[in-house]
Design a protein around this ligand. Structure first.
Ligand code: ADP
Ligand code: ZN
Length: 722
């Protein structure tokens, strides 16, 4: 037999099939060790065939199988080929997505344990050998038993009996169970009418994709779990994707309570060994529901009956390393291959997703009410310019102070949210709320201290830094930011007896860092939680009745065409943390731009209004989904070589531009806004296309451009243009 092998060296020079002679136990999807060049390499068997086009005596032999099972199933092999073609990456790189990292490093720490049982051989023990008799009796009664347990109970008797061949030992693989002890209680709930209707709609529609657009607390999770249980009953498997941050202890125990060992949960809190074992359980079929962040879309399950992407708008679904895939695209391929449904859920769908649903490509289910008709919290918009004028320069407005006083007096909890993303880079006038924007792109400018200028990340335009506000002449211009630490400090002074917790990148070190803080807050060990983005998502704190958004503007002015969308999502998510239980919640939204339409719509929970406005603007300014932003990045440690690479790539891209000019709204080469990161110089060719049709050729150019000391890659609609 002959195996067609892709060698696992992520270098496109070797990105082709090599034939190796193998025996008939080698099957497609297996990993094998093969001779390669002067040494050995691991490879993936893509196919097995009777004979090669090359004379067999010229072929080398497979050394050995790396595993005795196919690590990549047939569906995933085909999927890997599609991914490699779509993103023009080496096949080996695409195949790696399907394996737990531990397997590739070759250090899989499978855990084995010895088990003892009686052999078939008849035996008689002397009456004096009491321990041995007792042990034999124990095994007769209990059957096969962990040898360690027996050693503990019966000491040396075990060795004595194995020496006499009365007892045989056998090594068995142990799968680590990371969730021992996380046995939540199963709460049986009858679905509400709206939930039931949603479940039926997903089942009955002939569309592959359904978008469940439901306000926070409308019971979407219960809909997913019901659908998953249905598929399980049909003997199928399911994939349930959530942002990493939503994999809270509550969520894990809920899943375990409902599905027991049928669920495998892949999250970053697991050790490499645990992840590997969860992966094995899925591959072997003993677990049939894969739950996890974006990489769980590559779970080794077969006969998939449902894929769910919860919080589908979340930025974490786009991969930031090669291949730069979007989880939705992979999920759709898998759904199509398996002939199953793909369900997207969100309280604030991505504008692009919502458009596809509105236009009929996806089934659209809308849930307008929270479970038990619990009201959404009231949102008060506070004008911070007025606070400045009244001589209050602090981070807390008078209305927020008042509400905070009351909240604490009533022994409830409060969350203060600080939106630090891009904070100190955007220039804002604290007198009138003016924000410096690009004249050509209507995107806010970013201050770069290294060359003391304001830059537009979308067209590269540069502006002088401002000394006074062009709108009102005011001089209270600021890049000034307030960090969580500063806020917590100020709070401490205002409320000396309040217990304050802080959650941000500084305080959540370690795998479980943020979980620890969440637990503390949920256990009411603190009265006020001050935090960044991390506090926004999914957590259920019943005693929280007040949420303060200290600086709603800051994500609004992030230099990203999606900043409006992101802000709407963030405000909705944060507001959703308030008033989850009996007491009605309140939200204070502080801003220098109180008339801003996005904040206005968010304060009223008016997604439709927001969408209508946003989509009209995207259409008018030709931004996605009405255009495609493509960035070709060139990075390298040597400035000259990187620059040469840029010139070469640019020249090739120019040819495409010349031939398809009508497809280009923008085309230029430049320094990346941040010129150097981690010692690598960064250049870019930035393009805005009317549609994706030239993409194929752009990818081809980049795949074919190889440089010794420069890296070239393509980004589609990147969310970060720094
Ligand atoms: P979403 O995912 O839409 O934000 P959740 O699924 O978290 O909403 O549900 C919100 C709350 O309502 C949760 O506390 C959940 O336990 C509860 N819930 C969901 N479905 C039901 C139901 N059918 N009956 C009673 N309570 C429910
Ligand atoms: Zn611009």
């Amino acid at each position: 037999m002959v195996a067609e092998v892709i060698v696992d060296v992520a270098h496109s020079d070797v990105d082709k099939i090599f034939d190796y002679v193998c025996d008939e136990t080698v099957v497609a999807g297996m990993r094998v060790a093969v001779p390669f060049g002067k040494s050995a390499a691991t490879g993936f068997v893509m196919r097995v065939k009777e004979r090669s086009d090359f004379p067999e005596e010229k072929l080398k032999r497979v050394f050995r199988k790396e595993d005795d099972f196919p690590a990549v199933n047939a569906e995933c092999l085909a999927l890997a080929e599609k991914i490699a073609a779509r993103y023009r990456c080496p096949k080996a790189l695409a195949l790696r997505l399907f394996l737990p990292a531990e397997m590739r490093t070759g250090k899989t720490s499978e855990r084995y344990r010895s088990f003892a049982r009686l052999s078939d051989q008849p035996f008689e023990l002397s009456a004096r050998a009491k321990a041995q008799s007792a042990l034999a009796e124990y095994l007769r009664e209990n059957g096969e038993t962990d040898a360690a347990v027996l050693r503990e109970k019966f000491g040396g008797a075990l060795k004595a009996l194995t020496d006499k061949k009365i007892v045989v030992l056998e090594k068995k693989r142990i799968l680590r169970d990371p969730y021992r002890g996380v046995e939540g209680e199963r709460t049986e709930r009858a679905l509400t009418l709206a939930q039931r209707a949603a479940v039926s709609r997903v089942d009955e529609t002939d569309k592959t994709v359904t978008l469940v657009h439901g306000v926070t607390g409308s019971g979407k999770t219960e809909i997913y779990l019901t659908l998953i249980a249905e598929r399980l009953a049909q003997g199928k498997t399911a994939i349930f994707l959530v942002p990493e941050i939503s994999l809270t202890p509550q969520m894990l125990s809920q899943l375990r309570a409902r599905f027991g060992e049928k669920v495998a949960i892949l999250h970053s809190g697991l050790s490499a060994g645990e992840r590997f074992d969860e992966w094995c359980r899925l591959r072997e079929g003993s677990a049939r529901i894969a739950v996890g962040a974006r990489s769980a879309v590559f779970a080794p399950v077969e006969n998939v009956g449902l894929i769910v992407i919860d919080e589908e708008h979340d930025g974490s679904y786009a991969s930031e390393t090669a291949p730069r895939y979007h989880t939705f695209d992979i999920a759709l391929l898998r759904a199509q291959h398996n002939g199953c449904k793909l369900v997207l859920g969100s309280a604030t769908p991505a504008v692009e997703t919502y458009r596809r649903a509105k236009e009929g490509e996806f089934e659209l289910i809308t849930l307008k009410e929270r479970i038990n008709r619990r009201p959404m919290p009231d949102v008060e918009i506070v004008d911070m310019r007025r606070e400045v004028r009244r001589g209050n320069p602090s981070a807390f407005s008078a209305p927020l102070r008042e509400k905070l006083d009351r909240c604490l007096a009533e022994k409830n909890q409060a969350i203060l949210f600080l939106n630090r993303r891009g904070y100190s880079q955007t220039v804002i006038c604290r007198d009138c709320g003016y924000v410096a924007k690009c004249e050509h792109c209507d995107v806010s400018l970013t201050y770069h201290s290294e060359d003391d200028c304001l830059k537009c990340h979308y067209c590269g335009a540069r502006y002088h830094p401002l000394s006074a506000c062009p709108e009102c002449g005011g001089t209270h211009l600021g890049y000034v930011g307030t960090g969580t630490q500063k806020v917590a400090g100020e709070l401490k002074k205002l409320y000396p007896s309040a217990r304050i917790l802080r959650m941000d990148n500084d305080t959540t070190n370690g795998k479980e860092g943020h979980l620890k803080i969440i637990r503390q807050f949920a256990d009411r060990e603190a009265d006020i939680l001050v935090g960044t983005q991390m506090v926004a998502k999914g957590h259920d704190f019943p005693s929280v009745t007040l949420v303060g958004i200290l600086d709603a503007d800051m994500s609004l002015h992030f230099p990203d065409y999606r900043s409006g969308e992101r802000t709407f999502q963030l405000v909705t998510q944060v507001a959703g943390r308030s008033g989850r239980a009996e007491e009605k919640g309140e939200v204070v939204l502080q801003t220098y731009d109180p008339e801003n339409y996005i904040l206005r719509f968010a304060a009223k929970y008016d997604y439709e209004g927001f969408y209508a406005h946003e989509i009209a603007m995207r259409s008018a300014t030709a931004f996605p989904p009405f255009a495609k932003i493509v960035r070709v990045m060139i990075t390298g440690e040597d400035e000259k070589e990187a620059l040469e690479a840029l010139r070469e790539v640019y020249t090739k891209l120019q040819k495409i531009y010349a031939e398809e000019t009508d497809k280009f709204l923008f085309f230029n080469k430049m320094h990346a806004p941040v010129k150097r990161i981690q010692n690598k110089y960064r250049y870019q060719v930035l393009m805005r296309l009317t549609d994706g049709s030239p993409l194929r050729r752009i990818y081809d150019v980049c795949a074919e451009s190889k440089f010794k000391n420069a890296l070239v890659y393509v980004e589609e609609n990147p969310s970060n243009l720094s």
